[in-house]
Design a protein around this ligand. Structure first.
Ligand SMILES: Cc1ncc(COP(=O)(O)O)c(C=O)c1O
Length: 432
């Protein structure tokens, strides 16, 4: 196995995986398609949507003494433990909100409002959910907002670019784990280490929404104060954001009912299905992990499953870039530009930013859809893309984000469709 180029699942395992998810090869109308927009919302586990429906069908309020209410309480406790298993977290508080953005705004507000300092540090690659929260609360609390520049060569942000902005007066550092445009992973372990060398008690929050479904998060190695995921981008269901806060962050004053414990973050009655869905995500990844390790420990199994996902996705990324036996990859396909294409695939999640010559990005997305492929245009007019694209000096890109549920054959089909689109464009726009 070449660690840099990953390793595909066996064909039998691939079939088994596809079968555990909805709509991998067909859309909801039954039409065959390749859905390569998982960074916008991932394939859903059949077990997760089934549990969502089963648990949400229960009318009982979990804050009761009855038997069914106690079952719901157990589901919530299990889901909280499973969320800690995803993060390798111990203690702290688990906070279920409606969206990952909501959780992030709340964490940033509590820290900005109560931790002293004269500046707050973030990066140009943040999703608006963390960037705008940082900008809003920096302004409200009269702090300077410092923004680390991205690196167009790696598609990420260098450790040094972030750490050089941190000083003893930094109230909060917020970093994204991996870019949702380039797929580049930030070296969070090093960032935490070096930033805390400057300010040992620095508060740090991390947006793991993009990265968590593709690579292992380990809070024992990267002890931060707040971190969030979006279950709907992690094989689960929409309408849910899950955050974890360190003990010291969890007791900072925040919006809560006065009678609840100091470290309690859920506001209003909990939706038990959110926790049930987290458990289904962890069940699935552990099932996958059990294919290569035999161990009863849930975190060990989970870590093994995520590593298998990472290896398969890296193999898909390599295939996409460099092609297969009979298929030219995007890097060598004339008429395609691969943006932010750093060589080291171990530093990248499975996301690609590409451009098709002589085709506007939105038009390219339509051409893909005509051929049964779903991708997403990231253009500088979008509030979700502008700051990141500007930081890279890009006007836009087509974002391609498959998932580990996709096979090498799916990638080959994508490459064939891309070649076909280029042929079609050339036919219309004869080269000079
Ligand atoms: C990296 C990243 N962070 C945060 C979010 C926000 O998630 P939500 O839509 O649940 O608020 C997204 C959603 O696109 C994202 O991609």
């Amino acid at each position: 196995m070449n660690a840099n180029n990953g390793e595909f699942f066996s064909e039998a395992l691939m079939r088994d995986i596809k079968d555990r998810f909805h709509h991998v090869d067909h859309d909801m109308t039954g039409r065959e398609r390749l859905y390569f927009d998982n960074a916008g919302g991932s394939f859903r586990l059949k077990a997760a949507t089934a549990q969502f429906a089963r648990i949400d069908a229960v009318p009982d309020n979990p804050e009761r003494i009855h038997e069914v209410a106690r079952v719901l309480q157990d589901v919530q406790a299990r889901g909280s433990d499973d969320f800690r298993a995803i993060l390798n977290a111990s203690g702290g508080s688990v906070y279920a909100s409606l969206t990952a953005s909501g959780g992030m705004f709340d964490m940033v507000r509590a820290i900005a409002d109560h931790v002293p300092g004269t500046n707050m540090v973030t990066t140009a690659l943040e999703h608006p959910s963390s960037f705008d929260a940082m900008a809003l609360y920096a302004e409200r609390t009269g702090r300077e907002l410092r923004v680390a520049a991205s690196n167009p060569l790696t598609g990420g942000v260098d450790v040094e670019a972030i750490v050089s902005l941190v000083d003893r007066d930094t109230a909060l550092l917020s970093v994204i784990y991996a870019s949702n445009i380039s797929g580049a992973k930030l070296d969070v372990e090093q960032i935490v280490k070096e930033a805390r060398r400057i300010k040992p008690d620095l508060y740090i929050v991390v947006d793991a929404v993009q990265h968590a479904p593709h690579g292992l998060v380990d809070l024992q190695k990267t002890p931060v104060d707040g971190i969030n995921i979006a279950p709907y981008k992690f094989f689960g269901c929409r309408g849910s954001g899950m955050s974890w806060l360190s003990e010291r962050a969890s007791v900072l004053p925040h919006h809560k009912l006065a009678g609840k414990n100091k470290d309690f973050w859920d506001l209003g009655s909990a939706a038990t299905w959110q926790f049930a869905v987290v458990t289904e995500i962890v069940n699935y990844v552990c099932w996958l992990g059990a294919q290569s390790v035999s161990n009863a420990d849930r975190r060990v199994l989970f870590a093994s499953g995520i590593r298998m996902i990472e290896q398969h996705e890296r193999a898909l990324l390599a295939r996409m870039l460099d092609g297969g036996e009979n298929m030219r990859g995007l890097r060598r396909m004339e008429g395609v530009q691969v943006f932010l294409d750093s060589e080291d695939l171990t530093r990248r999640d499975l996301i690609l930013a590409i451009g098709i010559e002589d085709l506007e990005h939105a038009q390219a997305v339509r051409e893909y859809e005509k051929r049964g492929v779903i991708v997403y245009e990231r253009v500088a007019t979008s509030l979700y893309s502008k700051r990141m694209l500007d930081s890279f000096g890009l006007a836009g890109a087509v974002r391609v984000s498959p998932l580990h549920c996709n096979s090498a054959a799916d990638v080959d089909r994508f490459l064939a469709v891309t070649a076909e689109i280029i042929q079609a464009v050339r036919h219309v726009v004869p080269s000079a």
